[in-house]
Design a protein around this ligand. Structure first.
Ligand SMILES: Cc1ncc(COP(=O)(O)O)c(C=O)c1O
Length: 377
């Protein structure tokens, strides 16, 4: 057994929660005191604060990021039978959300350097039924807003951003979630802004879209016991909103720490490139909020990705794979009609990617230890 001088967890949420624990407890107690657990005061406050921080007018808290996609697409006017462009290498919830909105996901391959959706390939996948594109700001890096806006304008498509991994990310002067007609965020606990359970938000500057999601998340009722749509029960709990409201003022600082950690990794891994170890490209500098720090272990490396993962594990370094199977090869999505070979970049990435430890508060020493171990490969 190898004795490691450092243990590096994949994420450590206690670091961000301990210093603000008393404030969180106070916020929870206030909700309990008021008893407004559903659609309460702090939910409305947090919706407004998160929307404003993201550069848009309205926020609508929902039960999860997945629901924010499904209900948000419906509210943007996506109808059954419409086709929606989605990257093949995303968390399955992006594809699931499109299907739950009643639309058909049309998968698109990615750029191998950034792992972001390839808009040239997206253009080739357009048919007369295509109504929208759901760019995923994967790992905390935005898809270029200028490129997206040009693309959407040229093809008359709605942009609906999946910003579940990109709270307050920036690129070309845009905040994540402010580029398209609307955007979805997730507050899953390990996200850059995480709740103490599930949660999500739809943000938009379009009042009608916001109002429609408010209705859809509340049993399709614009007013009590009056149902204009089937809808569902998908509200962000006031308690979760209270916790998120305490955390929001720290988000920029936490993102900065993630970005600094990303830069230390990038710098330290430069010498690994001739060994076939390459970081996913950061094309948005300080605007990248590094939900995940992902490297590729290419064919030229002396070990496979799985071997590298085992090698690091033996040295006390936890890693992850986001994601090991591309959406089109997931058993549940066979009926979409794709097969192995359809999205070669996404398929190769799934075999080569490895997510290294990344969280606000990871130390330079811990990152150096990870880089040193990778240099031994
Ligand atoms: C890219 C992406 N889209 C959508 C989601 C769905 O969010 P949730 O888990 O809150 O439903 C997630 C996170 O889980 C995600 O990473």
């Amino acid at each position: 057994m190898i004795v490691s001088s450092q243990t590096v967890p994949f994420v450590d949420l206690t670091l961000q929660h301990q210093p603000i624990q008393a404030d969180i407890e106070t916020a929870i107690a206030a909700v309990v005191q008021r008893g407004d657990f559903i659609l309460g005061k702090t939910l409305k406050e947090f919706e407004a604060e998160f929307a404003e921080a993201s550069g848009v007018k309205y926020g609508v808290g929902v039960a999860s990021g997945t629901d924010a996609i499904a209900l948000g697409l419906q509210a943007c006017g996506i109808l059954p039978g419409d086709e929606v462009l989605v990257p093949a290498n995303t968390f399955i919830a992006t594809v699931m959300g499109v299907i739950q909105a009643g639309a058909t996901p049309i998968l698109v391959d990615c750029d191998p350097h950034t792992a972001l959706i390839d808009l040239n390939l997206a253009a080739k996948a357009i048919t007369p039924k295509t109504k929208a594109i759901v760019p995923v700001h994967l790992y905390g890096q935005m898809v270029s807003p200028r490129a997206l806006l040009d693309f959407a304008q040229a093809h008359h498509l709605i942009i609906f951003e999946d910003a579940a991994q990109a709270h307050l990310a920036q690129r070309e002067g845009y905040w994540a979630g402010s580029v398209g007609m609307a955007a979805a965020f997730s507050f899953y606990p390990s996200k850059n802004l995480g709740a103490f359970g599930n949660g999500g938000m739809l943000i938009t500057s379009d009042e009608e879209v916001a109002q429609r999601v408010r209705t859809l998340r509340n049993y399709g009722a614009p007013k009590k016991y009056y149902h204009t749509e089937v809808g569902k029960n998908s509200r962000l709990d006031t308690l979760q909103a209270a916790i998120l409201q305490v955390k929001l003022p720290y988000l920029s600082q936490w993102n900065q720490l993630r970005n600094q950690a990303g830069q230390i990794y990038d710098q330290g891994l430069k010498s690994g490139e001739d060994k076939g170890i390459t970081p996913i490209n950061n094309q948005s500098q300080e605007g990248h909020v590094y939900h995940l720090y992902v490297i590729r272990i290419q064919e030229t490396a002396s070990l496979s990705r799985d071997q590298v993962q085992g090698f690091l594990e033996e040295r006390g370094i936890q890693t992850g794979i986001h994601y090991p199977i591309p959406c089109h090869l997931q058993p549940a999505y066979k009926s979409l009609g794709y097969q192995l070979g359809d999205f070669p970049q996404a398929e190769t990435l799934c075999e080569q990617i490895l997510s290294l430890p990344m969280y606000p508060g990871i130390t330079r020493e811990q990152i150096t230890w990870v880089i040193e171990q990778l240099s031994l490969i």
